[in-house]
Design a binder for this molecule. Structure first.
Ligand code: 1CP
Length: 354
């Protein structure tokens, strides 16, 4: 039994005493202790694939802060790497693949559901973290969405305009669907293996869903996310594994996302909590949605922003709110600002849980 299961109860819209909080990219370059291990590891890939290092980095934020969850330290690009696309990370430039998917021949030659044994370093990390955590707080597992993984597999790196994947969408939609089908099956196996290894909740990162038109979002992103939510093992013994769906830039499509079958929706900062709650009518929990750059400013204004979000969600009643930022913490974040934010959310939110 978890000592602090308030995150899981909030995601399942059960009664809690205060609003739980965790932060996307809570382990990362803004923490000096992260930079130290990153240097020891030599490269981001060696950090990622070494379960001892990855476990240590997962737990670092919990040693500093009164967080209500930790998230597995890994990356969404582990799956395309396991497919053999040759992932590397360059400082300042981000990820890139030595092999890209652009043609029918690439799809035939390069694409298949990876053997989950080649991802055993991820499942080993989960085992280590669960052991070290000693049931203090839940561990969140994750994957990228089929569409977001396809963006990197087809562009070969980060992109400003996503012209290669959009060209495929508007010229060979059949080929893109093939890529998305393979990604979907891979993600189902990957997340079910994470669940079997012990994660307590799962989040799907659809970071690039928001670049699509409404129709394309439904056909090329949401339809596949739904298939994943339908295929995950959501009950393990007497534990329920809540699922969070995060589409950055997806606030216009909340009504459709609710119907995809997730337990909670992650929100970026572009919508007011009250409006998101009104649209979703407490059918799901909501996670978010502070602008991560608010942590770069004045601490009293940061606390005020946090209170605004809590007030905007309002009395929790039959809803569920998990406080988070609308995208990842940036490397220039002051670690003290994170402590102030957590303290404010924990204390102020008690007024709204009666
Ligand atoms: O230099 C470094 O130390 C690497 C920076 C870094 C970190 C800390 C990368 C490279 N990935 C990560 C960890 C990571 N990535 C986590 C860890 C858990 C956490 O503390 O939150 C998670 C959940 C991710 C997921 C991830 N990777 C996403 C989805 C979430 C999001 O931020 O939108 C995406 C898009 C990636 C790709 C990626 N990996 C790394 C970078 C710099 C990027 C983004 C590149 C781009 O902008 O296209």
């Amino acid at each position: 039994m978890l000592k602090n299961d308030i995150l899981l109860r909030s995601l399942l819209r059960e009664h809690v005493e205060y609003t739980p909080i965790w932060l996307m990219r809570q382990a990362g370059r803004y923490l000096p202790e992260y930079r130290k291990i990153r240097e020891l590891a030599g490269s981001f890939m060696s950090l990622l694939t070494n379960p001892d290092y990855a476990c240590e980095v997962t737990l670092q934020p919990l040693r500093r802060y009164n967080l209500d969850a930790v998230i597995l330290f890994s990356d969404i690009l582990t799956i395309p790497n396991a497919m053999g696309l040759g992932l590397s990370f360059t400082d300042g430039l981000g990820p890139s693949f030595s092999r890209k998917i652009r043609t029918e021949d690439d799809v035939k030659r390069l694409l298949s559901v990876p053997d989950m044994n080649s991802l055993s370093y991820v499942f080993d990390t989960i085992n280590l973290v669960k052991n070290e955590l000693k049931q203090q707080v839940p561990l969140i597992g994750f994957s990228g969405s089929p569409w977001t993984l396809a963006c990197y597999m087809i562009e070969g790196q980060s992109s400003k305009d996503f012209s290669n994947i959009k060209k495929m969408l508007y010229s060979r939609p059949d080929l893109l669907h093939k890529v998305l089908e393979i990604n979907t099956e891979s993600i189902i196996q990957y997340l079910n293996s994470q669940i079997a290894s012990g994660v307590d909740a799962v989040m799907l990162f659809d970071t690039w869903g928001g670049i699509l038109t409404g129709t394309a979002f439904k056909d090329f992103s949401l339809a596949y996310n739904k298939k994943i939510f339908d295929s995950l093992n959501r009950t393990v013994g007497d534990r329920r594994i809540p699922i969070v769906s995060f589409t950055k830039g997806g606030s216009l499509w909340l009504k459709d996302i609710v119907k995809s079958g997730c337990d909670a929706i992650g929100l970026d900062w572009t919508i007011d909590m009250s409006e998101a709650r009104h649209i979703t009518s407490d059918a799901v929990a909501l996670q978010g949605n502070l602008d991560p750059l608010a942590l770069l400013g004045d601490h009293s204004l940061l606390r005020a922003e946090a209170r605004n979000i809590i007030e905007s969600f309002g009395f929790v009643g039959n809803g569920g709110h998990v406080f988070n930022i609308g995208h990842g913490l940036t490397p220039s974040t002051d670690p003290d600002a994170v402590a102030e934010l957590i303290e404010e959310v924990h204390s102020y939110s008690r007024l709204f849980h009666v």
